[in-house]
Write a protein that binds this ligand. Structure first.
Ligand SMILES: O=P(O)(O)OC[C@H]1O[C@](O)(CO)[C@@H](O)[C@@H]1O
Length: 562
């Protein structure tokens, strides 16, 4: 049974229309009205309980769009001059991205933007589907070895689409999918030792496929793990249990190993040229995992098609006019950029006043403008508040944002929060701590199969009030209550609302967030003054120092005892 959420009453965009309030208007009123209507909606939602089949028979469907709604009433509307400046920049940026639509792939590869075409690489996609279909027959367990962009998208897919207790189900219940484990993101031996011990004890080691993923093919956490696994396999044919996904260049150790003695299926899956790790979800990096773990009533093909469809939707949205309401990437980048403006402006004004002991008569300073850097300003913290349980999406976004946008001493920090879990930890700091945060809620209208709080429990009346309500409804109420509280307390917040937690919506969201990063990077001028080098958005030079120091410490005897 699907719960029909009465989209007309719940859909914030329609509320906008109905009440004819423009986007800079005060949305508190709307939130209050929405809350009042909650009770009504609860009742109606039960009246409308029906099956998906019935819905489609009647030609009715849920509003399947991804929406973006900003509540900027609390922060005060953004300064007009700043808005105009950002809009002019967005218009220019849009023209640059539009030019790219006709460009040959090689040009996108050079600009490290080939990820925008991952969903169109039919050869890669066919190779992934064929290999996954074969490997599902041959192996009972899949272990992903990788870190950062090389494992986070698979972790998101696992959390979002596979059964929460996937590994405990029988192979039939999993629809033929293998058990799944992740490793290679740390030197901490505990979990890797435990994994190998468990696979050996259950006689599964020989039936395990290890998908080692590394674009560079040199990342030490990943490669050290592979060395330990090679040793555990203890077989001359160990490479037939390893599938490598890597850049097709001799710089990659994995590429060189494959040249000498081929990995599983005589195949090397590519991390394609011009696709950085954190942008690789829809290349073979993420798609192979998605296909391998296709569950009941799914196949590798149907899963990949759903992902491609979602990415395509985002891709089309990105090509709309920059100020079109369905071009969410531009709106989101605009909101983040203007929120930085408000936070850095407020903070610097406060500190100037504190130093002089007098109220400043100077107009408040602007924060980061296009291509400028204000190192003394406090920067914004974006709280990525995902209202879905157990999803790695926040971790994925943290890497995507901070490796791309925190450059030249600027760029917002991202805090990963989970609703409602973080309501009982991080939330207090958002309300009562420094006013340096803007909250981006990810709200899901349908979470999947639902549970209803039982009736006639005979429990305390504080609890019986909730009897008969669904958990999805409670989750939505928690999100709405939190968002309203933030608005009332002046915490800037915005919401991305997804119709469903399914492959299409999640992949659409992920691609939309990648596009947001692309726009935000250009708003910060990360494509300018690079001395002919690549756009900083797609580099992460910051991590190189760690790697160098790690190597010399690791190779220095006795360092542990110093
Ligand atoms: O895929 P690789 O080359 O192993 O890199 C893993 C991760 O390490 C980084 O290069 C640095 O953190 C990330 O950008 C990347 O996703």
């Amino acid at each position: 049974m699907a719960r029909f959420n009465v989209p007309h009453l719940w859909n914030p965009c329609l509320f906008h229309k109905v009440l004819n309030i423009n986007s800079s208007g005060n949305l508190k009123t709307i939130e209050y009205l929405k809350l009042r209507l909650d009770t009504l909606t609860k009742k109606i939602s039960f009246v409308f309980q029906t099956s998906m089949e019935e819905l489609s028979k009647e030609g009715m469907s849920l509003d399947s769009k991804l929406h973006f709604l900003v509540d900027d009433g609390a922060a005060g509307s953004f300064p007009q001059a700043a808005q105009q400046k950002v809009d002019t920049a967005l218009q220019r940026i849009h023209l640059l991205f539009q030019d790219e639509t006709e460009a040959p792939l090689a040009e996108l590869e050079r600009g490290l933007r080939a990820w925008t075409r991952s969903h169109l690489q039919t050869e890669d996609i066919a190779q992934v589907a064929a290999l996954a279909t074969r490997a599902r027959e041959a192996f009972s367990v899949l272990v992903i070895i990788g870190v950062g962009g090389s494992d986070l998208s698979a972790r998101v897919f696992h959390d979002s689409f596979n059964h929460p207790y996937h590994n405990l189900l029988s192979v039939e219940e999993r629809g033929g999918a293998p058990e799944v484990y992740f490793t290679g993101d740390t030197f901490d031996p505990r979990k890797l030792a435990g994994l190998l011990e468990m696979l050996k004890a259950r006689n599964l080691l020989d039936k395990t496929l290890f998908n080692v993923i590394s674009k560079s093919g040199t990342t030490t956490e990943t490669m050290a793990t592979l060395m330990v696994i090679r040793d555990a396999l203890d077989d001359v044919n160990w490479q037939q249990q390893v599938l490598a996904t890597t850049g097709l260049t001799a710089d990659s150790v994995l590429f060189r190993m494959h040249e000498q003695s081929p990995f599983y299926g005589d195949t090397l899956l590519p991390v394609p040229d011009g696709v950085g790790g954190r942008f690789s979800a829809f290349s073979p990096v993420g798609l192979f995992f998605l296909a391998m773990t296709a569950g009941k009533n799914e196949t590798p093909d149907t899963r990949i098609r759903a992902a491609v469809e979602g990415v395509n939707q985002a891709h089309e949205g990105f090509n709309l006019a920059y100020n079109h309401r369905d071009n969410i990437a531009y709106q989101l980048a605009r909101w983040i950029h203007l929120s930085e403006e408000v936070v850095s402006g407020q903070q610097s004004a406060v500190s100037e006043e504190a130093v002089s002991g007098q109220r400043s008569t100077e107009p408040r300073r602007g924060g980061m403008f296009i291509g400028e850097r204000c190192p003394e300003d406090h920067s914004l913290n974006i709280v990525f508040y995902n209202y879905a349980d157990g999803s790695c999406l926040g971790e994925w976004f943290v890497q995507l944002y901070t490796e791309s946008i925190q450059e030249r001493g600027g760029g917002a920090n991202v805090i990963n929060a989970k609703g409602p879990t973080s309501n009982h930890s991080i939330l207090n700091g958002i309300i009562a701590g420094p006013r340096d945060k803007a909250v981006l809620f990810i709200h899901w209208e349908e979470l999947g199969s639902d549970l209803v709080l039982p009736k006639e429990t005979g429990m305390d009346s504080k609890l019986t009030e909730f009897e008969g309500l669904s958990m999805t409804h409670m989750q939505a109420a928690s999100y709405r209550g939190t968002a309203l509280d933030f608005s009332e307390k002046g915490i800037p917040n915005a919401t991305l609302t997804l119709p469903k937690r399914d492959i299409q919506s999640v992949c659409q969201l992920m691609r939309l967030l990648m596009d947001t990063i692309a726009v935000k990077g250009r708003l910060q001028g990360l494509h300018l003054d690079n001395n002919g080098g690549s756009e900083l958005t797609y580099l992460q030079e910051g991590v190189e120092g760690y790697k160098r120091n790690f190597r010399s410490f690791a190779l220095t005897p006795g360092v542990d005892s110093e």
